[in-house]
Write a protein that binds this ligand. Structure first.
Ligand SMILES: Cc1cc2nc3c(=O)[nH]c(=O)nc-3n(C[C@H](O)[C@H](O)[C@H](O)COP(=O)(O)OP(=O)(O)OC[C@H]3O[C@@H](n4cnc5c(N)ncnc54)[C@H](O)[C@@H]3O)c2cc1C
Length: 449
């Protein structure tokens, strides 16, 4: 699709949930804008997730405030395609100005005049402001310890689709956040021998006393936490909406047949070594689990909530053999392991954004999404303003803040430009030279006046 607009007030890059939320707020506030998406709306929900993935949160929670999932049990977990379709429907609802199939290739700051020049696959656009909504999870990361052995098939969780995709044989899944744990479970249920490498994690109960953990984290203010707890920077969250939703319990997975191992340390050809930290990691996960039950009980008591008691939720199964006698070394070839799935997270890639919005380590420098470089905004990044920032419901609230900031900036500019124009008009009436029409024209094209 050709981009016939050559200048716009605000350009939003990316039409995942963040771009759609941004567009809704900008539309409501009357800010002229355009959203450019290189693929389709919510593409990552369609093609960067495995086949059986469902949302980790129930449909009543993992959605935007102004639309429910149509014909869907609010306590159910929407499949990835349903999530993608939800955002398509949402964008239709307010006729979001989204152009799909257009990639933003470069953004540079204009010299001596406002705004940015944006190179796209369909030509150049001038924009006063650019909102970067290209996702929290862009580039799959496989750590440098990955072996070079040609006998092993290695993929990142972003490329995992289903068990049939992997060659016959056992699988080592590295990483036990929501992706790793769900993929390991699926592979084991499909009859594979599975080793799951478990690091530090939180594992809230799926539900407790009749309420989903998303509700508990909400009322306890945890989704709104503005800073990570010290020392928890590398702690992942292990939750699952699969098979109707269930609590991730590593001991149960081990009793089911998965061999748990500690953090993956190193490879020597096909021999892999693991840290001796498995039991510690699992116990810390238990502490996190139990602390949420405690906080939930205290909240229920404090507020006199009549919720059914659930003492059985506190029963922790016996430690499995793989915890009491942890495997510290494994010859993958001898064990019949033919594949490794790296569920080791993602990085961001902002090489196309050539502006002064990054710190010395290349990380976006911003305050609640408002970048160090005036006119640049980030949205959807983990912890942009709070714990929920990279999740469906959280990004909508961050988008509102960014949109409000944009409106405030536009007001300042309008206040300056209006009197300036009157002065220039008076000068013309008085026979002085004409105003700089090119600037007035440009500003109105950009929706500034
Ligand atoms: C496996 C997995 C499961 C998840 N499950 C949940 C869940 O259940 N609930 C929840 O709330 N969150 C979940 N998340 C987290 C989060 O909701 C998703 O990652 C979500 O996709 C983030 O939305 P986004 O719009 O910020 O980014 P993305 O969905 O990544 O969208 C960014 C868009 O920008 C486009 N783009 C990128 N670069 C350019 C460019 N240069 N020019 C034009 N377009 C560009 C991309 O094509 C993409 O469509 C999950 C994440 C993962 C990885």
């Amino acid at each position: 699709m050709t981009v016939e607009t050559t200048s716009i007030d605000t350009l939003v890059v990316g039409a995942g949930q963040a771009g759609v939320a941004m567009s809704e707020h900008l539309s409501k506030l009357g800010v002229p804008h355009l959203v450019l998406e290189r693929d389709r709306i919510a593409e990552r929900w369609r093609t960067c997730r495995w086949d059986s993935l469902v949302a980790n949160g129930p449909a009543w929670h993992d959605r935007f405030p102004n639309l429910e999932f149509a014909d869907f049990d609010p306590n159910g977990f929407a499949a990835k395609e349903q999530v993608a379709q939800y955002f398509v429907e949402y964008a239709k609802k307010f006729d979001a100005p989204i152009r799909t199939g257009v990639e933003v290739k470069k953004v540079v700051r204009n010299a001596g005049r406002p705004g940015f020049s944006v190179d796209t696959s369909e030509g150049t656009i001038e924009a006063n402001r650019v909102v970067v909504a290209t996702g929290p999870f862009q580039r799959p990361v496989i750590p440098p310890i990955a072996p070079t052995s040609a006998h092993l098939t290695q993929i990142h969780s972003a490329d995992y689709r289903n068990p049939q995709q992997l060659p016959e044989g056992g699988v080592l899944v590295v990483g036990a956040g929501s992706s790793g744990v769900q993929i390991a479970d699926e592979l084991q249920r499909a009859g594979r021998r599975v080793y799951l490498s478990v690091g530090a994690h939180d594992r809230p109960p799926r539900g407790y006393r009749g309420r989903d953990f998303c509700w508990w984290l909400g009322v306890l203010g945890e989704w709104d936490a503005e800073v990570m707890k010290p020392g928890r920077e590398h702690v992942t969250i292990a939750v699952s909406g699969a098979r109707g939703g269930h609590t991730v319990d590593f001991r149960r997975l081990a009793h089911q047949g998965i061999t748990l191992v500690g953090l993956t340390k190193a490879f020597d050809d096909t021999v892999v070594t693991f840290e001796a930290d498995l039991a510690d990691n699992i116990r810390r996960g238990d502490e996190n689990y139990l602390s949420l039950l405690d906080a939930a009980d205290a909240y229920a008591q404090r507020n006199g909530l009549d919720l059914p008691e659930e003492p059985q939720a506190r029963i922790i199964p016996a430690d499995p053999e793989c915890m009491t006698h942890p495997l510290l070394e494994l010859d993958l070839a001898k064990a019949g392991v033919t594949s490794i799935v790296w569920a080791t997270g993602y990085a961001v890639d902002f090489t196309w954004l050539q502006v002064d919005a990054f710190d010395e380590k290349g990380k976006p420098k911003h305050q609640r999404g408002v970048a160090k470089e005036p006119g640049i905004y980030f949205l959807g990044l983990p912890w942009l303003s709070r714990r929920g920032s990279a999740f469906i419901w959280g990004v909508w609230h961050d988008a509102k803040h960014v949109a409000d900031h944009i409106v405030t900036q536009r007001k300042y500019l309008a206040y300056y430009d209006e009197p300036q124009r009157h002065v220039e008009e008076k000068r013309v009436e008085g026979g002085e030279s004409a105003p700089d029409e090119s600037r007035v024209h440009k500003l109105s094209e950009m929706g500034i006046n």
